[in-house]
Design a protein around this ligand. Structure first.
Ligand code: NDP
Length: 332
C-alpha cells in the first residue's frame, strides 16, 4: 500500500517565514482561488500584489485594498507568482504575459497540476515550479482559513532550480492555510491524473447509472416524478455522500434500514469487481489520461465547439427533458 506524507500544523503566521520573507508575492487572477488566497496571504502577514485584467474582478481587488497591476506587470514585479487563472487560459497567458517577467530564482506556483503535467507551460529554466493545490472551492479556502478549520491541499516540487523550492512550497501552503487541514505530498502528474480520472471515469459512470436507471424505471411504468425524486431530485444521494465522507463507505450503511442494507450488500456482492467497469476504468486511466491523448485532444482549437455540441446533446436526452418538466411542475 502506497502512502503519502502529510504535513500538518496549526500555526499559520509564525512558522517558516524565512522562505517568503523579503520576496514579492503576486497573485495572478482574482477569481475563486485568487481572491481567497490573496486574502489568506495578507492575513498571514504577507503583502501580495494582484495581477488581473481591467474588469470587475480588478475593481474588487482594488476595493479590498490590494496593490493592483496588469498580469504582466505583477509577474515582472514578483519573486513568487501564484498562477490562479483558469487552466485553459494558462498556456498562452504564461507564454505571453508571465514568463517574460520571470527571472532566475523566481518561483511559479500552480494550483492544479494539469498544464505542467502535460507539458503545456513554458517556464524559463532558472525558475522553480511548485504546486500548492487546495482540494477546496475558493470561498471555502477563505472561510476555512478564517475559522481555522483548514482544508486539505496537494503539494509538490515540480522543478527545483534554486535548491530551496521545497521550503517555498511549504511556506506558501502554510500561508494560505493549506497545512491546517493537511498538506499531502503529491505531484502535478498525480493531481492531474486523479482529477481527470474522477471526471472521465467515475462521474460518467455515475451519470450513466442514473440515465440507465431512469430508462429502466420509466420503462417499468413508474412516473417521472417518482423516478427522478428517487434518483436524485430529493437530494438524498447528496446526504448519503456527505455521510460517506464522514462515516465511511460502509460505515454509513447503519443509517439505512436493514432491508436497504441487505439489498445493497447482496447486490454489490453479486457484481464482478474485475469486470467491464474495471476494464473501462483501466483504459481511461492509461490510454486516455496517462498517455496524454486526452490533453492533446482538449488542446485542439475545435475542442470548445465539441464541448458545446456535447452539452446540447446532453440537454436533449430523455432524462434531461423529463427533468426540466418535473422541475417546472415542482416549482424548483
Ligand atoms: P476562476 O475562473 O475563478 O479565475 C478567474 C480569474 O482568472 C479571474 O481573475 C479572471 O479575470 C482571470 N482570467 C480568466 N480568463 C483570463 C484571461 N483570458 N486572461 C487573463 N485573466 C483571465 O479560476 P479558479 O480560481 O477557479 O481557478 C484558478 C486555478 O485554481 C486553476 O488552476 C484551477 O484549476 C485551480 N483550482 C480551482 C479550484 C476551484 O474550486 N475553483 C480548486 C482548486 C484549484 P477576468 O476578470 O479578467 O476574467
Amino acid at each position: 500500500m502506497a502512502h503519502a506524507k502529510i504535513h500538518r500544523d496549526r500555526s499559520i503566521e509564525a512558522s517558516d517565514l524565512a522562505a517568503l520573507s523579503g520576496r514579492t508575492i503576486a497573485v495572478l487572477g482574482f477569481g475563486n482561488q485568487g481572491a481567497a488566497q490573496a486574502a489568506n496571504l495578507r492575513d498571514s502577514g504577507h503583502a501580495p500584489i494582484v495581477g488581473n485584467r481591467d474588469d470587475e474582478y480588478a475593481t474588487s481587488a482594488a476595493e479590498e485594498g490590494f496593490d493592483l497591476r496588469s498580469i504582466a506587470d505583477a509577474a515582472a514585479a514578483a519573486d513568487l507568482a501564484l498562477l490562479l487563472v483558469p487552466d485553459e487560459v494558462q498556456p498562452s497567458l504564461v507564454a505571453e504575459q508571465v514568463a517574460p517577467g520571470l527571472r532566475d530564482g523566481d518561483t511559479l506556483v500552480v494550483a492544479s497540476g494539469y498544464n505542467w503535467a502535460f507539458g503545456l507551460l513554458e517556464v524559463p529554466a532558472g525558475v522553480d515550479v511548485v504546486m500548492v493545490a487546495p482540494r477546496m472551492i475558493g470561498a471555502a479556502v477563505r472561510d476555512r482559513y478564517v475559522d481555522r478549520h483548514g482544508f486539505p491541499c496537494f503539494v509538490s516540487v515540480e522543478r527545483d532550480a534554486t535548491g530551496r523550492a521545497w521550503d517555498t512550497t511549504m511556506a506558501v501552503a502554510r500561508a494560505i492555510g493549506g497545512t491546517l487541514g493537511g498538506a499531502i505530498v503529491s505531484s502535478a502528474r498525480e493531481e492531474a491524473a486523479l482529477d481527470l480520472f474522477s471526471e472521465q471515469a467515475i462521474w460518467p459512470a455515475v451519470l450513466d447509472v442514473l440515465r440507465t436507471a431512469h430508462r429502466v424505471a420509466v420503462g417499468a411504468g413508474f412516473t417521472e416524478e417518482a423516478v427522478l425524486n428517487e434518483l436524485y431530485l430529493s437530494a438524498e444521494p447528496a446526504e448519503v455522500f456527505a455521510h460517506i465522507a464522514r462515516d465511511g463507505l460502509f460505515g454509513q450503511l447503519g443509517l439505512h434500514s436493514r432491508t436497504s442494507q441487505y439489498g445493497q450488500l447482496r447486490s454489490l456482492a453479486a457484481l464482478d469487481e474485475h469486470g467491464d467497469l474495471a476494464t473501462r476504468f483501466g483504459r481511461v486511466m492509461h490510454e486516455d489520461i496517462l498517455s496524454g491523448d486526452f490533453a492533446r485532444e482538449w488542446s485542439r482549437p475545435d475542442a470548445g465547439e465539441r464541448l458545446d455540441t456535447l452539452r446540447r446533446e446532453a440537454d436533449a436526452t430523455p432524462l434531461a427533458v423529463a427533468e426540466a418538466e418535473v422541475r417546472a411542475r415542482l416549482d424548483r
